[in-house]
Design a protein around this ligand. Sequence first.
Ligand SMILES: C[N+](C)(C)CCCC[C@H](N)C(=O)O
Length: 246
Amino acid sequence: MVKTYRHESLLGFFKGMSFPIVSIAVVNSVLFGVYSNALLALTATSHQERRAQPPSYTHVFIAGCTGGFLQAYCLAPFDLIKVRLQNQTEPRAQPGSPPPRYRGPVHCAASIFQAEGPRGLFRGAWALTLRDTPTLGIYFVTYEWLCHQSTPDGQNPSSATVLVAGGFAGITSWVTATPLDVIKSRMQMAGLEQRAYRGLLDCVVSSVRQEGLGVFFRGLTINSARAFPVNAVTFLSYEYLLHSWG
Ligand SMILES: C[N+](C)(C)CCCC[C@H](N)C(=O)O
């Protein structure tokens, strides 16, 4: 944090922020929409009936994985641009200095498109899908399990329960997702940096060779600290919207 602040000022902390803000609504609707509908198809119970007849954790897991798989494709290009902009660490351009490689999210998307075609925008998408499919299954199972543990049978979980269960679901999911998150980000940066990977496995092997197994836990603490409030609020909004519109 200190280094980022010294080098790039407060603005450095907001790099790559505009695209995630635009895309989070789309990505979360796909995730939660596919999850709810998959659960509906698997259990044939609506959200309201589900408190009396809770779905099995296997069904919750499958529905979560399905949602995770499909949202990964919507997320991939936005995530790529976020990672590219966040890794552009030079301070804001001074008048007269050469412009940065990417002047902003739209310029970044256009440059990748021009240089590599539409497929370029999906660089690292495989690693992202592998990261998100099982870990979003874990995400919903953790949430449902924690709600079930602290709510009397047949009742709706309280807002406090939803917040805590959502927060821990986010942390569990990020803890399990971090190894592939590291690999995904490296593959998204390849093509820009000099190192080229022959594929996902090559990226895993060369990262471990150079930096040891610890490489899989890069950013774990900051990811978890961020995950608690973000996912507490996500689940509270989800439950609230389902009750008021459902
Ligand atoms: C699966 N993975 C851990 C990557 C994400 C799970 C939580 C998703 C949430 N939008 C967030 O940004 O925290």
